[in-house]
Design a protein around this ligand. Structure first.
Ligand code: DGJ
Length: 735
């Protein structure tokens, strides 16, 4: 009996695979059971340059034995001394932060998961999905781990599905999407944080023993302080072109949590998933709890490669219409705020046309009558055209814009309501609020309780009715201007701790329904700036609004940060009046994403207009390279008082380079910027574009030809000595 207990203890203890195997072989031998090394089974997940390997031990426990460069599976089999339990469970012998913890109906808070089966399905030449089924040794609990690998993009998605057959609901208190084990000499974390208008501060730190947690508890507008994405460099900080790293992001538009835990042996566990904070989840029997996807890539060639992997994956699989083109647009928010009427809008349609943009986007302020939306105090929730501002209705606007040769898009904030609204008067219980405590407002508004099916039906119908009545609407900006505070769901009753999770699921259910009916409609994911920047949302959206801060100086940093994880065609960038820089500088920065304008075009001096028209036209020519091409971050604004980024198309025949001088304090002996991603043997014509009327190209290499080899080894003298100046260079392979 003692022997049996000792064996179970040793088998389940968190010990290195080799030792574990040795012990268990020894003990089983003592018990008269023969077991050989070959009884270990290996699960290989491979992409073109990376590999993730799991081992199923003879006791059917699951270990992660490798994550790194793609090497021969056989090599891993003998190199698994550092294997760690995969998807470790709380309540047993695992002594660190668990991936999963469950409180059973009998009150026991333990799990002991063993591999029951596993199988890899080849979805197509590029994508395989491995499903590992784990079952508890005593309780009727099943956890399925899924790993979907994208071979050519070098990206893996990981998620879990948790279910049980106990008699009553169980409580799950931890539910990671992924648990990765890494073993390196040192770990360097790059995280991204900020606030409204100052999103994506990039911060690097060395991980030390213990836990580092990055999370959000904001519910909606969840990423206002922290972005659900990180870079994790191994054995030293990575650069754009060198070093080993994992870049990961969670596809979830709600509370998220990343835990980085360095243990006593200097091994690192990385847990990624929904934030368990205030979210003990009551899971009904025979119901699946599906975690969001954690999307990650491993690169042995620095950050640039990791980003290009994620960009490729996003365009091919992660973002709605990722391979499609985007509309250039004129938005009226900055120029008019809430103050407009039909006549003014009609003038703006002309301006959109004059600029050459594809679409006009009508922002906040077009709706509500009893409590008109003339500022942010009233009207949210009453989605009828305001009769004073728009007496002829949306249909008329769509028609007029179309007649003037521009498409029409519209702003909505479907999940919210002002207490000063007819909707609230009718349904005071449709909002998230705590019983017995005062309502807590942010931007004078409350969050709708879309977990309540009646409310989610209202939201769906509002959008659907608008699109049915006005089939000409060509674009939606879906905003979300507050986080949750004092949040309780009148609908959820006793299950309040399901709120944060069920809210996001209800939101996705609404978006799912809308996407079934309107699969193509371009939509911008906006959340008071960059409050929603994640691939969970981007399944339904074509682009996101990274920040209300459109000062181009700040935007260089903000867009740089997002570019680690998101391709340029998903990042909406508008030329506005923020910042004191020249129109050229503002425009050049906005051209590095999906170009738009939010500026008073009527007041533009003639040359500004001429310049902008040319810029829109060149952007249209180059947007395929910028949006679909490979991105190379060449000079980091966090390291020098200048920045340079370039985009190269897939056959290396066209490239665009953006270079900025920031605010150098001393004399600038800038070195030439070496290009990347070109073909060494090709001859390229170098041309400075986006020149303001009346100015000459300042690039010494303008209108000359160079080989790719020259451009990548000698470079271009694109950086000027003058603060806040910019250069855009078009690089075209000779035919
Ligand atoms: C916040 C958004 O980020 C802005 O662009 C604008 O749409 C306002 N909301 C409107 O209320």
């Amino acid at each position: 009996m003692y022997m049996r207990k000792r064996m179970i203890y040793l088998l389940s203890k968190r010990i290195p695979m080799k030792r574990n195997h040795l012990y268990c072989g020894l003990i089983l031998a003592m018990l008269g059971v023969q077991i050989s090394a070959s009884a270990q089974k290996q699960i290989d997940i491979q992409t073109s340059h990376s590999g993730l390997v799991f081992t199923v031990a003879p006791n059917n426990k699951l270990y992660q034995s490798y994550l790194g460069k793609n090497i021969q599976p056989a090599t891993v089999r003998t190199a698994n001394a550092t294997a760690r339990e995969a998807y470790a469970q709380g309540g047993g012998s695992f002594l660190f932060q668990p991936a999963i913890r469950m409180v059973h109906t009998d009150g026991s808070a333990s799990l002991d998961l063993r591999v029951a089966e596993y199988h890899t399905t080849r979805v197509n030449d590029n994508n395989s999905v491995t499903r590992i089924v784990l079952k508890d040794s005593v309780y009727p609990v099943t956890v399925q781990l899924f790993l979907s690998s994208f071979y050519k993009e070098d990206v893996i998605k990981s998620w879990a599905v948790i279910s049980h057959k106990e008699k009553k609901p169980v409580r799950i208190t931890n539910f990671a999407s992924s648990m990765l084990n890494l073993h390196a000499d040192s770990y360097w974390l790059t995280q991204f944080h900020g606030d409204w208008a100052e999103e994506m501060h990039e911060e690097d730190s060395k991980l030390t023993s213990g836990m580092k947690v990055i999370d959000s508890k904001l519910g909606s507008r969840a990423n206002m302080y922290q972005t659900p994405a990180f870079l994790l460099s191994l054995n030293g900080p990575s650069t754009e072109t060198e070093g080993e790293l994992v870049a990961g992001t969670l596809a979830w538009s709600g509370n998220f949590q990343f835990v980085f835990e360095v243990d006593e042996k200097n091994q690192l566990n990385v847990l990624s998933g929904i934030n368990p904070y205030a979210s003990d989840y009551q899971l009904e029997p025979n119901t699946d709890f599906t975690t969001p996807e954690f999307i990650f890539t491993y690169s042995a060639k620095g950050r640039g490669q990791a980003s290009r992997n994620l960009h490729n994956w996003a365009r091919n699989h992660g973002v709605l219409n990722g391979k499609g083109s985007r509309y250039t647009l004129l938005n009226n928010w900055e120029a008019t705020q809430f103050d407009f009427d039909e006549q003014k809008l009609s003038g703006l349609f002309d301006e959109a046309r004059l600029l050459g943009t594809d679409l006009f986007l009508l922002d906040d302020g077009w709706f509500a009558n009893k409590y008109p939306r003339n500022d942010d105090h009233a009207g949210l929730g009453d989605w009828q055209e305001n009769k004073k501002k728009l007496p002829s209705g949306l249909g008329h606007l769509v028609k007029e814009a179309t007649a003037k040769g521009v498409k029409f898009g519209i702003w909505l904030e479907p999940e919210m309501l002002n207490p000063k609204s007819e909707l609230y008067e009718k349904h005071p219980n449709w909002v998230l609020k705590l019983q017995n405590r005062p309502e807590d407002y942010f931007r004078n508004q409350l969050v709708l309780d879309i977990i309540n099916p009646e409310v989610s039906e209202f939201v769906y119908k509002m959008v659907d009715d608008m699109l049915t009545k006005n089939p000409g609407i060509a674009y939606i900006k879906w905003d979300c201007n507050r986080m949750m505070t004092n949040a309780g769901s009148p609908y959820l009753g006793e299950k309040q701790s399901n709120l944060y999770i069920d809210y996001v699921r209800s939101l996705y259910a609404i978006l799912d329904r809308l996407r079934k009916k309107y699969p193509e409609l371009p939509m911008m994911l906006c959340s008071g700036g960059g409050g929603r920047t994640d691939y969970g949302g981007l399944k339904y959206f074509t682009e996101f609004w990274p920040s209300d801060n459109t000062d181009p100086y700040d935007r260089i940093f903000i867009q740089w940060g997002y570019s680690y994880f998101f391709p340029a065609n998903t990042i909406a960038c508008h030329v506005t009046s923020w910042g004191k820089q020249s129109l050229k500088f503002r425009t050049d920065v906005a051209m590095m994403g999906r170009l738009g304008y939010d500026i008073d075009v009527a007041r533009m001096p003639e040359n500004d207009l001429k310049f902008s028209q040319q810029a829109v036209a060149s952007y249209k020519n180059l947007s395929a390279v910028i949006g679909q091409g490979d991105q190379y971050r060449l000079v980091n604004p966090n390291q020098q008082q200048r920045a340079a980024v370039m985009y190269v198309d897939s056959n290396k025949s066209k490239a665009v380079l953006f270079a900025y001088t920031l605010q150098p304090r001393y004399s600038t002996n800038w070195t030439p910027v070496k290009l990347q991603g070109l073909e060494a043997a090709k001859l390229y014509m170098v041309k400075e574009i986006n020149l303001y009327p009346g100015t000459q190209a300042s690039l010494p290499e303008h209108n000359k030809q160079y080989t790719g080899e020259y451009l990548m080894n000698v470079g271009l003298q694109v950086s000027s000595a003058n603060p806040l100046t910019s250069t855009v260079v078009e690089i075209t392979a000779a035919p």
